[in-house]
Design a protein around this ligand. Structure first.
Ligand SMILES: *[C@@H]1O[C@H](CO)[C@@H](O)[C@H](O)[C@H]1NC(C)=O
Ligand SMILES: *[C@@H]1O[C@H](CO)[C@@H](O)[C@H](O)[C@H]1NC(C)=O
Ligand SMILES: *[C@@H]1O[C@H](CO)[C@@H](O)[C@H](O)[C@H]1NC(C)=O
Ligand SMILES: *[C@@H]1O[C@H](CO)[C@@H](O)[C@H](O)[C@H]1NC(C)=O
Ligand SMILES: *[C@@H]1O[C@H](CO)[C@@H](O)[C@H](O)[C@H]1NC(C)=O
Ligand SMILES: *[C@@H]1O[C@H](CO)[C@@H](O)[C@H](O)[C@H]1NC(C)=O
Ligand SMILES: *[C@@H]1O[C@H](CO)[C@@H](O)[C@H](O)[C@H]1NC(C)=O
Ligand SMILES: *[C@@H]1O[C@H](CO)[C@@H](O)[C@H](O)[C@H]1NC(C)=O
Ligand SMILES: *[C@@H]1O[C@H](CO)[C@@H](O)[C@H](O)[C@H]1NC(C)=O
Length: 645
């Protein structure tokens, strides 16, 4: 009985409890469902939207929002059969997770003029149309969260243009066929931004994804930004502050082209050693610093042309490539072993202007003997070449075809240029006729007079023949051979670039100075004017006394002041003009002695400048000739302007 009672009461309690629990659970579920039903408005019911059935099944949705509307697309907002959505305007558009899930035909999302647009993680999942075009334009802020597109059968074409700030987070595009970023003021890329899933099948015939960046500012390209294999990366008209280590880490990129772009810093390993890049072109770019081992990738064709590079550090470019084309660039400093080139067939290092090259700046590392090799070093202009800087010439295998031609050195010519070249080549035994015959050196001012040259460069061999022959005398005859002038624009350019870097500081200093000058000027003028006023009104006897003791009769001080002001600063215009002469003549006739005195001094100065300077030049010319003969003597004795390096 007791047991039965216990048992039945236990069952009762359990029933009661169970019922309660069921009640709780079911009521909670009802609340949740109600909430969902309440908050999810179909997109066709959002004010400003217009849905139309094109073929009964698929839908095209157009919405135009006003500038205060904030729209959220939740799961269920967009009908499953939607095909295209175009949105114009609105303050904020947010696409929540799973808002676009398992849709079969969805192929176009266009967002135009919406101020803020956010795509949350897994907002687009399991789509399976043949392609999806995502266009975002004219926005203030666009954020694409990590895995925003996930599990996509659909390849995406993303076109993002004319936005202030765009952020692409890790693995944001599940599967990207093309990504175009145009006119973006700030593009933030997170680590792994261009990492794609399931590229496998589509990439059977090589990489398929193209990325292009046009007129974009990127402050950092972080590690692994380009991680998946890519067909093309084009960067044009853009500014990049910093390319981090392993930014380009994709195992394969068919083509990288960077054109008309400024890159401040390429960090060590920016183009990682794990990458194979078939075609690499850097053209019309400005690069400030290329750090040690910044470029390590393997290439088929590696081209750097028409670019301006300030500093390539030790082993900056350490690469394997079939063809290296380094042409028409301007380099400021190329440090030791800046180019370490391996396994090449051809190296063209032509028409570059180099301000400073260090020892072994080009180094050939692994040279395969079986391939035909060609190396050209032609038409380069080298301002400051360190000893052994061109030693690659001595380290080429015998069967390499080398063309060394038409190179100019900002080195003063002297008789033993052969030795100077051998020092550059780091080979004291070498026959350097090939270089002597085709290279140019700088003729000193005095010798330029002798050969009636404009100051410039002449052929080394010809110089030797003209100046260093057996004859005891040198005949000063006009030189008819080829001459060259060094392009100093490069020097100026790099100076300018450095200045512009410091310009903010200078502008600050200049403004400060101007301010101080203005204040001082004002004070001085106030003092002078005040003094004149005081004097005129008889308050300042002292002032008048001083003027009077200088033998000044009853002339009005104010006029003197004005004249002084007018003439004082004008002293700078040392041009002898008719106006100036007229003024001086008037001044000489002025009854005021002070003014007369000033004019006399002025005339004396002008006389010195314009009349006596000719004879001064003549004297100089004689000196110069003496100097010339001394110099010639030195050259012939072989102690000319030796390389100081
Ligand atoms: C914008 O549209 C919303 C919804 O239609 C409306 O409530 C609001 O008044 C509109 N605002 C302006 C400034 O037109
Ligand atoms: C919706 O689109 C249809 C067809 O283009 C058009 O006739 C209608 O005026 C539009 N309605 C609104 C509110 O824009
Ligand atoms: C939707 O907008 C696009 C342009 O954004 C327009 O070409 C298309 O005709 C519009 N469709 C409807 C149904 O209004
Ligand atoms: C998407 O598809 C995958 C595999 O086909 C499935 O596991 C996943 O549940 C789907 N996701 C959604 C949100 O339906
Ligand atoms: C990538 O660009 C190349 C050349 O511009 C083009 O041939 C190719 O079709 C593009 N691929 C894609 C997926 O757009
Ligand atoms: C180079 O890029 C800048 C923007 O960085 C642009 O203003 C300029 O027009 C471009 N030059 C050429 C020749 O395309
Ligand atoms: C490399 O450049 C040469 C021409 O300079 C071209 O014929 C070749 O196709 C290029 N190689 C690749 C892999 O694009
Ligand atoms: C210079 O003189 C040496 C011996 O006096 C002679 O062998 C040589 O041919 C001369 N060279 C020239 C360029 O005259
Ligand atoms: C060297 O001088 C000769 C004779 O003046 C001239 O014909 C030749 O062009 C010059 N060589 C060069 C490279 O200027």
């Amino acid at each position: 009985m007791g047991v039965l009672w216990w048992y039945s009461s236990a069952v009762l309690v359990r029933l009661l409890l169970g019922g309660c629990c069921f009640c709780l659970v079911s009521s909670a579920a009802r609340v949740e469902r109600a909430a969902v039903e309440k908050s999810v408005t179909g997109v066709c019911d959002i004010p400003g939207c217009n849905c139309s059935d094109t073929a009964k099944i698929w839908k095209i949705i157009n919405c135009t929002f006003n500038s205060t509307q904030a729209i959220e697309l939740l799961p269920g907002t967009v009908p499953k059969q939607a095909m295209e959505i175009s949105i114009i305007g609105g303050e904020t558009l947010t696409v929540k997770p799973s808002a676009f899930d398992s849709m079969v035909g969805f192929n176009l999302l266009r967002v135009d003029g919406t101020r803020n647009f956010v795509i949350h993680r897994q907002a687009f999942t399991n789509l399976s149309a043949s392609s999806l075009l995502v266009q975002v334009q004219h926005c203030n802020r666009f954020i694409l969260e990590s895995n925003g597109f996930k599990n996509m059968q659909t390849p995406i074409i993303a076109e993002i243009s004319s936005c202030n700030q765009v952020t692409i987070k890790n693995s944001a595009f599940g599967r990207l066929q093309a990504g175009k970023f145009y006119n973006v003021q700030t593009l933030d890329l997170e680590e792994g931004a261009f990492t794609f899933e399931n590229q496998g099948q589509i990439g059977r015939h090589g990489p398929v994804t193209n990325l292009s960046f046009l007129n974009v500012r990127i402050s950092e390209i972080p590690k692994s930004a380009f991680l998946s294999v890519l067909a093309e990366v084009n960067i044009q008209d853009s500014i990049i502050k910093n390319i981090h280590s392993e930014a380009f880490k994709a195992s394969q990129i068919s083509s990288v082209s960077i054109v008309n772009t400024t890159i401040h810093r390429l960090q060590t390993g920016a183009f990682s050693g794990q990458s194979l890049i078939f075609n690499f072109v850097l053209s019309k770019c400005i690069i400030h610093t290329l750090e040690t081992q910044a470029i390590m990738a393997a290439f088929t064709n590696f081209t750097v042309q028409h670019s301006i590079i300030t500093d390539i550090q030790l082993t900056g470019i350490t690469s394997v490539a079939s063809n290296f084309h380094i042409t028409d660039n301007q380099f400021k400093t190329i440090q030791e072993k800046a180019f370490v080139l391996s396994n090449f067939n051809r190296v063209y290092f032509n028409h570059n202007i180099m301000l400073n090259i260090e020892k072994s700046f080009i180094t050939f590392d692994v040279i395969t003997d079986d391939e035909v090799q060609e190396v050209t070093f032609v038409g380069n202009e080298i301002h400051n070449a360190k000893l052994k800087s061109l030693n690659f010439i001595s380290h080429l295998p015998k069967h390499t075809a080398i063309k060394f031609d038409d190179n100019s050195f900002s080195q003063q010519c002297y008789c033993d240029m052969g030795k100077w070249l051998r020092d550059l080549f780091d080979n004291s035994e070498m026959n350097v006729d090939f270089a002597l015959d085709t290279s140019f050196c700088k003729v000193s001012k005095t010798l330029s007079h002798c050969f009636k040259l404009n100051e410039g460069l002449i052929n080394m061999k010809n110089f030797t023949e003209l100046v260093c022959g057996n004859e005891t005398e040198i005949y000063c005859e006009p030189y008819h051979g080829e001459t060259k002038t060094l392009d100093t624009t490069a020097t100026m350019l790099f100076d300018e670039m450095e200045e512009s870097i410091n310009s903010n500081m200078y502008i600050g200093i200049a403004l400060g100075t101007l301010l101080i000058l203005a204040v001082c000027g004002t004070v001085v003028i106030l003092l002078i004017r005040g003094g004149i006023w005081l004097k005129r009104n008889g308050y300042c006897m002292h002032f008048r006394n001083i003027r009077l003791t200088q033998g000044e009769p009853s002339h009005d001080d104010e006029r003197v002041m004005v004249d002084l002001e007018r003439n004082g600063p004008k002293n700078d215009d040392n041009e002898l003009t008719p106006e100036l002469l007229m003024r001086l003549r008037e001044a000489l006739n002025d009854p005021d002695d002070d003014i007369k005195e000033q004019a006399r001094e002025r005339i004396e100065k002008l006389y010195e400048r314009y009349i006596t300077s000719d004879s001064y030049t003549n004297n100089n010319r004689q000196d110069e000739e003496t100097h010339l003969y001394e110099e010639l003597g030195n050259l012939q004795n072989g102690h000319g302007h030796q390389s100081t390096r």
